[in-house]
Design a protein around this ligand. Structure first.
Ligand code: PLP
Ligand SMILES: N[C@@H](CCOP(=O)(O)O)C(=O)O
Length: 479
């Protein structure tokens, strides 16, 4: 039940499968998956003219974020309260760079958008720092207690813990694949102090963890009392919403919106690139979006051969992108299938059955190909790209970003249009890849210098839904 602020207009959100109630932002924030198994999207996204976007050119990050985010939360979050949250999130004590999302030039018209200056050194901080504050605001007002349940292949987990650890009335359970995240990533999660933080290492892979999270959202009866699950993964619309901002910011910094841009996005769950798609839908001129994947390449096979076939997950030197099923692709399919929820529900049932190769209708795929290109990059090429860029510029890429740069160079349609690769993480998180490329590890930033000495807390559990749910039920709000 949401509490409406005054008589301001309120954005409505609908499920991609067309058979769940329409919700307000506040309820979407607290809901995770829709009751029909779909994902929530705005019923109608705001659209801006080039003149309006142009008028935002000189805004600092925080003010631009307010322009973009407020229409999505209006009626649920007070404008001044949002301003306060954004100022708290995007300042240069929380983010270690004055520009918040600086651009690094690699070549003529070729850039990396550095999204790793937040507290946990990956792009996730942009959304999860805000999500934590929004959650605190809503949960405090509603006097509720909630249980966060999330799955991570390495970066979402620590960003979610950092973003929500100060929230009152929240217990946090993060599932990561045991032994399959980097040591820095694991320690960033397991060394955070707090009685309400639980790290569960699953004896399985990210997809099994993500499936357990989705199944738990579908049936929350294992939770005690009146508790509700809240999602921190990008199935939660609030994540996508906050990630839209840096597309506008980077474009405005390079002469947009008059000049169109192209983006290459290291992709796993399709959340970050979907935020770019949303920016374009809202009026930002984006000519091309490149889906850059590692060898977990289901989306590249779909885009290039029209064959959707989920294969078993491969463990790579880009662990954060070791994802076999990209949850947010459903949000794109919803638009490609003209927002026909019933039709999409049928298609998703076939895709999720994972027992056959599924193809999209040719006209829908053609529509996707107008904007999207794709490339899968293997480990050797990833390492070579790190070396190549280092030799060219002295700049050390993290391996996920290297996949983006490789795809940008291979798939670029027009060299006159600035190509921006999203720099999704700091290389210091990925010792294996940096070592394989032959470089010394960079130093951890000041706030993490003693990370390797801090005490860790985690619980290893089998990849079994009932066991995980029992653990959560037993540890939820034990006060
Ligand atoms: C460093 C890094 N790069 C890329 C990705 C892929 O982003 P998305 O899942 O939004 O596609 C992730 C994880 O999500 C990540 O942690
Ligand atoms: N790469 C992610 C996987 C989860 O993706 P999300 O964006 O949906 O949270 C991670 O690092 O955990």
């Amino acid at each position: 039940m949401s509490s409406r602020l005054g008589s301001t207009p309120m954005m409505k959100y609908i499920s991609t499968r067309g058979n769940a109630p329409e919700l307000t932002f506040e309820d979407v924030l607290l809901t995770g998956l829709a009751s029909d198994g779909g994902l929530y999207v705005p019923k109608e996204a705001p659209h801006y003219t080039l003149e309006e976007i142009e008028s935002w050119r000189d805004l600092p990050y925080t003010e631009l974020a307010h322009k973009i985010v407020y229409p999505f939360v209006e009626g649920c979050v007070d404008a001044d309260a949002l301003k306060g949250m954004l100022e708290d999130v995007y300042n240069n004590t929380n983010f270690g760079h004055k520009a918040i999302a600086p651009l690094q030039q690699l070549d003529n018209n070729e850039y990396v958008l550095e999204l790793f200056h937040g507290p946990t050194l990956a792009f996730k901080d942009f959304a999860l720092q805000l999500l934590g504050r929004l959650l605190d605001y809503v949960v405090t007002r509603r006097k509720e207690k909630v249980v966060i349940m999330g799955a991570t292949s390495g970066d979402t987990g620590s960003a979610a813990i950092e973003g929500t650890k100060a929230c009152d009335n929240v217990d946090i359970f993060i599932l990561h694949p045991y032994g399959k995240v980097s040591e820095v990533q694991r320690r960033q999660m397991t060394t955070v102090e707090g009685d309400n933080i639980y790290n569960i290492a699953i004896e399985g892979n990210f997809d099994e963890a993500q499936d357990m999270v989705k199944a738990s959202f579908g049936d929350q009866s294992f939770l005690r009392g009146e508790r509700k699950l809240v999602a921190v993964n990008s199935i939660n619309w609030a994540r996508i919403m906050a990630q839209i901002v840096y597309y506008f910011y980077s474009s405005l910094n390079l002469g947009g919106p008059v000049r169109p841009m192209a983006y290459s996005v290291p992709t796993g769950n399709f959340g970050d690139i979907f935020a770019g798609y949303m920016a374009r839908k809202m009026g930002l001129p984006i000519e091309q979006l490149i889906i850059a994947t590692n060898n977990n390449d289901v989306l590249h096979r779909l885009m290039s051969k029209n064959q959707y076939e989920v294969r078993s997950l491969k463990h790579t030197i880009t662990p954060s992108m070791d994802i076999a099923v990209s949850s947010n692709f459903e949000r794109l399919l919803f638009d490609l299938y003209d927002r026909d929820g019933a039709r999409l529900a049928g298609l998703m049932a076939k895709m999720n059955a994972r027992d056959d190769v599924v193809s999209l209708d040719e006209d829908k795929l053609a529509k996707a190909r107008e904007l999207f290109d794709s490339l899968a990059v293997d480990e050797q090429t990833t390492v070579e790209t790190m070396q190549l860029v280092y030799n060219e510029t002295g700049y050390l890429l993290d391996p996920h970003t290297a996949i983006g740069v490789k795809a940008a160079r291979e798939c670029r349609r027009n060299p006159n249009i600035p190509m921006i690769t999203l720099g999704t993480a700091h290389p210091v998180k990925f010792e294996d890849a940096v070592g394989r490329a032959g470089y010394e590890m960079p130093e951890l930033p000041h706030h993490l210098t003693d990370l390797m000495e801090r005490e860790e807390r985690l619980t290893v559990l089998p990849s079994d839904l009932e066991t995980v749910q029992q653990f959560i039920a037993d540890n939820t709000f034990r006060d």
